[in-house]
Ligand binder design. Structure first.
Ligand code: ZN
Ligand code: ZN
Ligand code: ZN
Length: 476
């Protein structure tokens, strides 16, 4: 508070406040120092110049852009909104996609991991009634026991971690196999498929309570030119559904090592495939885009694990440093463990801790060294992205961000009354350097005030939409 008062006493307080406001409440902004100069190429005249020294703190602050709600709630909301628009455009059209895609076969498919041993669960009957777990209790929805093994000693932790570590690769094989299955349905040699049909998809990875990664994907069939052309009549929703089920059941990936033997990694037996409908139902295009955007902002935190890497950064998790004459010395930072923190002290449940330990142990097996399991112990071995899409599905996150940046730059130009630059006759020279993360003393309370303001505004908007208690819908 003293820092804030100190800041408030300065002449440029309003500008500091405006700078923090533009970050939208970001938790850990990125600071840059440097300058940008726009020059008229013909006359050599400086059209516009900006340097971070013009800022009250001498630094330009940018939002961190983190996708995880646990890291930065403000930036993760923007990421979720962008992801939503990206998924939605591929379903209903918009951005670069024509709205005729609504007539193409589109499904929402869920591919899960196989069983690694029975876990505590809370299944519901067809009527939505909670059923009893195999341990004879009715678990509550928030019970931390959910997803934990009934018999921890017999649970296949090696299989669970190796599945996560290969899940991205298994998905890639699945898409190749899916093209093969579709070609077989159309009675075509595989090389002729692109001349008739294109496969587009967007997927999000999510963790189940047991810590296994699973994929939710929107899969769409287009004609040979992509979303602008219809697929051939034989390529129906039923064909796509059959092909997905067959491909998911068929793909396998061997994971070999002398220590663990050969393991065939596969997807689980239950592949859920639903047609996406244009109406307002549970599987309407809008609802599906919403689910996927929500999954994409969650990391493994949902399963009670951690949102930051667990290896010692001084030795990159190796536990040793090599001396110039080739000897190995224990890393002093981690006492040779390679861990930033001993697993026993991590604030996670026992099941998650065991998955993290398994990542650590498997990393020592030479055949699994390429899996980088120490680097990815906090994601329980999963090394892929949380939201991905094929090239022709819709626009990209980068394109959406560029659009927003162009719009913001244009608004700023209008605000200060600067003339529009002529892109042909000007050249922009820029030099920027990273200068740390986070706020300076005094700025954080300002950011917190902005977060509060936004949260209240969201709450009010939400309240306004909700019908008051006890009222019934008006018949008129
Ligand atoms: Zn942020
Ligand atoms: Zn149970
Ligand atoms: Zn170390």
């Amino acid at each position: 508070m003293r820092d804030l008062l100190h800041l408030a006493a300065r002449d440029d307080f309003d500008r500091t406040r405006a700078t923090v406001a533009r970050l939208g409440g970001c938790t850990r902004p990125i600071a840059l120092t440097g300058h940008t100069t726009t020059v008229d190429v013909t006359t050599g005249e400086i059209v516009h110049a900006y340097a971070s020294t013009e800022e009250p703190t001498g630094r330009l602050l940018l939002p961190c852009g983190n996708r995880r709600a646990s890291r930065c709630p403000a930036c993760s909301r923007i990421y979720a909104a962008d992801t939503y628009h990206l998924f939605r455009a591929g379903l209903v059209g918009g951005k670069t996609v024509p709205d005729s895609v609504r007539a193409h076969p589109r499904v929402f498919a869920t591919l899960t991991a196989p069983s690694f041993g029975p876990v505590h669960n809370r299944e519901t009957s067809a009527t939505g009634r909670a059923l009893r777990c195999r341990c004879q209790t009715w678990h509550k929805a928030a019970d931390p026991a959910l997803g934990a093994p009934l018999d921890p000693a017999g649970y296949d932790y090696t299989g669970a971690v190796l599945f996560n570590a290969h899940a991205g690769q298994l998905w890639a094989r699945f898409t190749t196999q899916l093209r093969r299955e579709l070609a077989a349905h159309g009675d075509l040699p595989q090389r002729d498929l692109p001349g008739e049909l294109r496969l587009s998809f967007a997927k999000a990875a999510e963790y189940q309570a047991r810590g296994a990664v699973h994929f939710h994907a929107v899969i769409r069939l287009d004609g040979p030119e992509g979303p602008t052309t219809p697929p051939p009549p034989w390529a129906s929703v039923a064909t796509l559904t059959d092909a997905i089920r067959a491909a998911a059941a068929r793909v396998a990936l061997p994971a070999d090592s002398t220590a663990t033997g050969t393991l065939q990694l596969r997807f689980g037996a239950q592949t859920d495939v639903r047609e996406i409908t244009p109406d307002d139902g549970h599987h309407s295009d809008r609802a599906v885009a919403g689910y996927i955007a929500k999954y994409a902002t969650k990391g493994a935190e949902g399963t009670g694990t951690l949102d930051h890497p667990l290896y010692c950064t001084a030795c990159h998790g190796r536990g040793t440093h090599e001396t110039p004459d080739g000897r190995l010395n224990d890393c002093r930072n981690c006492d040779g463990t390679g861990q930033a923190q001993p697993p026993a002290s991590l604030p996670v449940r026992q099941h998650t801790r065991q998955l993290i330990r398994t990542c650590w142990d498997l990393a020592q097996i030479p055949e699994f060294a390429h899996l980088n399991l120490r680097r990815f112990a906090h994601t329980l071995g999963y090394r892929g992205h949380f939201a991905t899409k094929s090239r022709r599905y819709s626009t990209t996150l980068t394109a959406l961000r560029n659009d927003r940046r162009t719009w913001q730059t244009e608004q700023a130009r209008i605000r200060v009354g600067r003339p529009a630059p002529d892109p042909v006759a000007t050249e922009t020279l820029a030099s920027w350097r990273y200068d740390g993360t986070g706020y300076r003393p005094g700025e954080e309370p300002l950011a917190e005030a902005i977060r509060q303001e936004r949260a209240t505004a969201l709450q009010l908007r939400h309240e306004a939409k909700k019908p008051a208690r006890g009222t019934t819908a008006c018949a008129w």
